[in-house]
Design a protein around this ligand. Structure first.
Ligand SMILES: [Fe+2]
Length: 382
């Protein structure tokens, strides 16, 4: 089977190995003649980034690069990116990378023409209507990991460097105009990033699947997304050059992001403040807290998880599913507690406050309160 296709769901997706060479056409389709490629510092000097800039250069699109992007991007990274965008007279952004590069790139295209501060566009009620929609520049997304799914999302996560809170900034026109999913770009991903980002995709599917909201389309996508991760993440981790596994993981990542329109839950609600305060890797943190959250949600999800286990070919219902998650995390070299991630002296009050304020709490199948969430966070450290 050749994993190559053009999709128009939820946006225009050019999927397949080697398709990064179509980036100039993608820019043309998005109406860009002077794109700014936004990525993170770690990716800036890698061969895949240089080769991508070469493709742009050869097509007469220049090789402008902005890479002052932190692993958990913040408003200062955004301000610097917007300044670079304006100084270069750019007309659109190529958001390139994992979650950090994709999210910050999308925000630069969104904010370059706005006059209000970015926090005014947090995903609260209809705040997105405050934006001047005509002043939003287009973006083309090129993921280089398989996890975040931000390439098919209408929002970005931005950390407030003052309050250490992760905020979701939403606007329908933040959705990339074109996505290039080229699994060859993920071949060089370090093993622990393959593991962490892959588990982010799994967390998106799992939390969407367990969310109580009515969204049957996302429900189906979440279930198949979990299956793709189960079948392909261990393969991609074992052999990073396995292009079929890499491709299936890229598909699973997009499916996770499409599915979580249905909602996220306590995995992300706990993981977000942990990442914002201690700078841990998002997907890896999700994996670490997943097992405790399954226990936390058990009364509401036991039957539903049993059905998922049947579909995934896991015996033993809910307990079998938990055993599968434990085994997968161990096989991927991910620690089983947040202490193992290097957080020696956690600030439980700050983590609790952050978790309860996180927008993901609303999608958790068990209502999160101070009384039940404090022991949940403690369980993530034990
Ligand atoms: Fe996530």
């Amino acid at each position: 089977m050749t994993l190559t296709a053009n999709w128009s769901y939820p946006t225009a997706v050019r999927f397949g190995a080697g398709r990064i060479k179509e980036l100039p056409e993608a820019c043309a389709a998005a109406g860009m003649k002077r794109p700014l490629l936004v990525t993170d510092r770690g990716l800036a000097d890698l061969p895949i980034t240089r080769a991508t800039l070469d493709i742009l250069d050869k097509a007469g699109l220049g090789r402008a690069l902005f890479s002052e992007v932190d692993p958990n991007p913040n408003e200062m990274n955004l301000a610097a990116g917007v300044a670079a965008f304006k100084a270069g007279g750019h007309d659109g952004v190529i958001a390139f990378g994992g979650g950090s590069g994709l999210d910050l790139g999308k925000m630069v295209a969104f904010m370059a023409g706005q006059t209000r501060p970015v926090w005014d566009f947090e995903d609260v009620g209809d705040w997105w209507t405050r934006a001047d929609a005509d002043a939003i520049f287009p973006n083309v997304a090129v993921p280089t990991t398989a996890g975040t799914g931000s390439e098919v999302g209408r929002a970005s996560v931005l950390t407030n460097s003052q309050t250490h809170e992760k905020k979701i900034i939403f606007h329908p026109k933040v959705l990339p105009s074109v996505v290039i999913c080229d699994p060859e770009l993920t071949v060089g991903m370090p093993k622990q990033i393959t593991a962490g980002t892959g588990m982010d995709a799994f967390a998106h599917c799992l939390e969407a699947y367990c969310s109580p909201h009515f969204h049957p389309m996302s429900q189906g996508i979440a279930l198949e997304g979990m299956r793709l991760v189960k079948e392909n993440l261990p393969r991609a981790y074992a052999d990073g050059t396995d292009l079929e596994a890499r491709g299936q993981m890229m598909a699973a990542a997009m499916m996770g992001a499409v599915a979580f329109q249905k909602g996220l839950g306590a995995i992300h609600a706990v993981s977000h403040p942990v990442g914002a305060i201690y700078g841990t890797h998002h997907g890896t943190t999700n994996a670490v807290v997943m097992r405790a959250v399954l226990d936390f949600n058990r009364p509401a999800i036991e039957e539903r998880i049993g059905k998922a286990a049947d579909y995934l070919g896991i015996s033993g219902g809910f307990d079998g599913f938990c055993g599968f998650v434990e085994g997968l995390i161990a096989d991927l070299g991910i620690p089983s507690s947040l202490t193992g991630l290097g957080i020696a002296d956690p600030d439980f009050d700050a983590l609790l406050e952050g978790a309860l304020k996180d927008p993901s709490t609303g999608g958790n199948p068990v209502e999160m309160t101070a009384e039940n969430t404090r022991p949940l966070i403690a369980a993530c450290f034990s």
